[in-house]
Structure formats: C-alpha cells, structure tokens
Design a protein. Sequence first.
Length: 287
Amino acid sequence: MKPAKFEYHAPASVDEALAMLGRYDGEARVLAGGQSLVPMMNFRLATPKAIVDLNRIPGLGYIEEEGPVVRIGAMTRQRQLEFDPLVAAKLPLLRAALRWVGHLPTRSRGTIGGSLAHADPSAEIPMVLQTLEGEVVARGPQGERRIPAQELFQAALTTSLAPLEIITEVRFPSMPARAAHAVEEFARRKGDFAIAAVAVMLLRDGGRCAKARLATAGVGPTSIRLRDAEAVLEQKGLGEEAIAEAADKAKAAVDPVSDLNGSAEYRRHLTGVLTSRAILKAIGPGA
C-alpha cells in the first residue's frame, strides 16, 4: 500500500518545526529516522495531514559529555551511538543494547529521539533510558522542559509529550566506572522485536550490591523498572538465592499480553529467566 495524501515540510530550525506543527492543530507528525512512522503510513495505520521532517535542522545530532551527564542530540543516528568512543566509555549498557536494535539499515537511519518518542514497548532504547534513569529534553510553544524516564512512557506508542512538543536531546547519567551491566533478549530472529528483554546495571561494594537497576522491554504496554527485584539485590546481595528471588519478583512485576509471538504466561516466564541470566552475565563467572 501507499500512504494517504499528506503535505511535506522540511524546516530549517526547531522553532520553524514547532510553528508548522501548530499550524496543523495536532494533525501533523514529526519525521526523524522514519523507521517506524513510514511503514505505519504505508499500511495506513497512521494518516497524518502533514509530515514535519527534522533531518535538515542543524545541531540536533551530537554526543557530548557535560560533567556527570552524557548529552545526545535527538537526531543522533543509532549507528553512530553504536561506535562512539564516549558512549562506549560512559554508557556501555546503551552500546550493548544497540546491538539488539533491528538491522543495520534500521540503525543507520533510526535516531535515538525517534525511538523514544515512538515508545514501542518492545524497543531497547526506552529500556535503557529506564535502567540508567535518564531523561529527555522537549521543546514546545511554552519553552523547554525535562521529562524523566519514569514520566515519559504512558502506554504502548504513547508518551507524555504534548502534541506540539519535540524531543531535542536525551540525557544519561554516566555509568560508574565499576558498574557491571548486561542485556538479555529473546526474539524469534535476530533483529526482530523483543518478545521479552531485560537490561541490568549493578554497582558492587565488596560483597554487597550497592545499587541495582533493572528494566524490561516486550512484556507490557511500556518498559518498566523492576523495582522489587532491585530491592532484593540491594538488600540480599548477589548470591544464588537472592538472584532467584529477584527473578521471581521480576516475573510478578510485569503485566504482559498474549499475541501471536507468545502467551502472557510465556512472557512472564521469560522475564524471570532473562532477569536471572542478565544478572549472572553482569557479575561474570566465578563471582
């Protein structure tokens, strides 16, 4: 199929893009990498009156360190993040997750801001934003605001962004140098959407776990933090019994749905299995 008729605009600045969005009173869509929007339009699952293409706006693609934070322009391509040395050094969990994102053409065009704005519940980048407690910077007619990860995702393909807001930047706290991390995902084929995925970051202090952060993809309407599992690890450490209990807490925390890829119970089971695997992978053999 072909998309329904629409008007096309390629603004040269964020302010111009916001003005164009306002002109269509919520009936326009922003185009970043187009890896999700264009297929939806081709199948007429999305029929916007206008497309506002951000690709010609300068200054929205960058990766910079500012104190304890890594700032990433919303139009930064996922492929660039995959190989950037600053991301490798300061955000190795993001780099690990990007290897699970789609295929090479997808990552070459897809942007970090576009993935977060699309809010696919199976996507890896929202999961990492949750795990690392990052935030997005959004600009709209009323100015600029920061939206923490836990406030951004509301439902499948739904965020707290206002209709006339655009994500301009993504901000991640730099991971501690001693932090361990891992991503475990299950999909039918490499590059397919996750049926279930878990990301983990752990900070050890001797024999105890000083900080645990875990989040999901694919097992609910949004990515969520596995806070009960985190609490178990922080209180009881990283022994075999604690990891098993954390996996059980993870299973209990998710609310998956059944579809052609698997039943709700299957996804719940996978969440526990992947949680255990991710923790063990992060702490390494013999830990």
